[in-house]
Design a protein around this ligand. Structure first.
Ligand code: SIN
Length: 539
């Protein structure tokens, strides 16, 4: 049911651009890949919005790496594997924890605002880490500090062509290779064929499949969906991480209250004012996210109250304002005083562990296509990501992609330049804007009601039927970004549901109330999807 091509051709011949590398997306993974690749290659970085409109920019906690004497890559490895609930790929985790410290040190050289004491990085604690290992910048403004520093490196120190407001509609393939992407300029309405020897997907996650998410509006799963349409394998789609402490407010994007606050000693309290995580996990509030969320759900079901409380009132106002300036200010805007109030919080969709399957060099199963960051499934997160491993993953694997590009491009360059692409059929009429908006609401409603923190067969079947009905009710998309996003979200949502239905066990972030235990014998493996070649024949 996936349409192999979203593009409606225009009457006029689209313009063509030629690059060695295009990078799609401008979070930490995209910026790192673009800056690195541009040292040697002609590179374009394409963003459907503006450079800073990314999930990276919103990240508060920081970047995990073994940077202190009391820590080691081995300890970081063990914590990551334990949190991943049996599904991490050990080779990829080994790379992450061993290459991570050098990548973070390099980053601190271009990003001066990492927090230090006496010259040493200050390292914070977060859930399921056995030692403090989270480097942070500007207190709780790590993402914006890092993104701004990398964007500056891109703009002043490199020759990357930055293309903003350019929506990548589909990947171009030829002879089993990815050879670039078709984009729609959101200001002029013009399509362009961007030919590239190698394409790096760094489009981030897909949190917009749920009604409430910490992800920005742009996180619509575009990269996962377009890679799938182009024939690449996607996997681990059932593993969607819900963060325990989204501010309970009913507005999306939900404001995230960083786990680092619990790292500094904040409590989670139930409606009776009890620290309910004590006795549930040896690390209490700092247990792995899946364990904390599961207990929060139990507590709210028992009390009938939709939220629990985050309490930092015992930590001291001076420290709170200094260490968490962003959280403090945003809560004030919402009418809460972090120093004196208990803050209502609830689990909220935060991160996609699954995505476009890659090997340890960021190569997808489609030659010429790489993926890095949240769009990728490198296997480092398994069924449940360890806090603050995501920015690290983008840094480490984009660096590896840059190294691999040299080999790939030298073997491919000339062939790509000779290619001729036939665009598909005449322009289509598309869907009415109100039908697209209604479709989006319906998609989110069914995902939120049936495919949230706790799942069961009945709800998953209901969701799958509803998503299929929605898909069938839509016309082929015209030339409109909202329609493309809806189609991309549908592709992602359908695969989340299909994988969640198949996996008849509970593991990590995937909780099935009808199969409450893990089942290693039958399910200690990954669920992957790949579009059959006959379904892609139109390409
Ligand atoms: C947080 O600051 O709690 C989020 C960090 C992460 O998702 O890794």
């Amino acid at each position: 049911m996936t349409r192999p091509y979203l593009l409606a051709a225009t009457d006029s011949e689209p313009a063509k651009r030629f690059y060695d590398v295009i990078v799609i997306g401008s979070g930490i993974a995209g910026l790192t890949a673009a800056v690195g690749a541009a040292r040697k290659w002609k590179v374009a970085l394409i963003s459907k919005s503006v450079l800073r409109d990314t999930t990276t920019f919103l990240a508060q906690g920081g970047i995990a790496a073994a940077l202190s004497d009391q820590d080691s890559p081995q300890l970081h490895f063990e914590d990551t594997i334990r949190a991943g609930a049996g599904l991490c790929k050990e080779e990829a985790v080994n790379i992450l924890v061993n290459e991570g410290p050098s990548r973070v040190r390099e980053l601190t050289e271009i990003c001066p605002r990492f927090d230090r004491a006496g010259g040493d990085l200050v390292l914070g604690a977060e859930g399921a880490h056995t030692v403090p290992r989270i480097a942070h910048a500007g207190g709780d403004a790590t993402g914006s500090e890092v993104a701004s520093a990398l964007a500056q490196a891109l703009e002043t120190g490199s020759r990357v062509q930055v293309l903003e407001h350019e929506f990548v509609v589909d990947l171009l393939t030829n002879g089993g290779h990815c050879i670039g992407a078709i984009s729609l300029n959101l200001k002029t309405g013009a399509f362009t064929l961007n030919f590239a020897t190698a394409t790096v997907l760094a489009t981030g996650g897909s949190g917009q499949v749920y009604s409430l998410t910490t992800n920005p509006r742009v996180a619509t799963g575009d990269g996962m969906a377009m890679a799938y349409r182009a024939g690449a394998t996607i996997g681990d789609m059932e593993f969607v991480q819900f963060h325990p402490t989204g501010l309970y407010s009913g507005e999306s994007p939900i404001f995230l209250i960083t786990e680092a606050l619990r790292g500094e000693g904040a409590y989670l309290l139930n409606h009776l004012g009890e620290r309910f995580m004590v006795g549930v996990h040896p690390q209490a509030e700092l247990g792995p996210r899946d364990v904390v969320v599961k207990e929060m759900v139990r507590q709210t079901q028992e009390s009938g109250q939709e939220f629990i409380y985050l309490d930092a009132t015992h930590l001291g106002c001076t420290m709170l304002k200094e260490r968490f300036p962003t959280v403090y200010e945003r809560l004030q805007e919402k009418g809460y005083d972090l120093c004196h109030d208990r803050i209502p919080v609830a689990p909220v969709c935060h991160y996609m562990m699954g995505g476009v399957v890659t090997d340890i060099w960021g190569r997808t199963t489609l030659p010429g296509l790489y993926a890095s960051g949240e769009v990728a499934c490198t296997g480092v997160h398994g069924a449940n990501r360890l806090a603050s491993n995501s920015l690290l993953e983008g840094l480490v694997f984009s660096d590896r992609i840059v190294r691999d590009l040299d080999k790939y491009i030298s073997s491919m360059e000339e062939e790509v330049r000779r290619l001729h692409i036939d665009l598909p059929g005449p322009a289509r009429e598309g869907n009415r804007a109100e039908d697209v908006a209604e479709g989006l609401k319906r998609l989110r409603k069914t995902m939120t009601a049936n495919v949230g923190t706790v799942r069961n067969e009945e709800g998953l079947v209901r969701a799958l039927n509803d998503l299929r009905d929605l898909h069938n009710s839509l016309k082929s998309p015209g030339a409109d970004a909202d329609e493309y996003e809806l189609y991309n979200l549908l592709t992602v949502a359908i695969h989340i549901v299909k994988a969640a239905l198949l996996r008849q066990e509970s593991r990590g972030a995937h909780l099935r109330e009808d199969f409450p235990e893990p089942d290693d014998e039958n399910w200690k493996h990954h669920i992957n999807f790949r579009l059959k070649s006959e379904e892609r024949a139109a390409k």
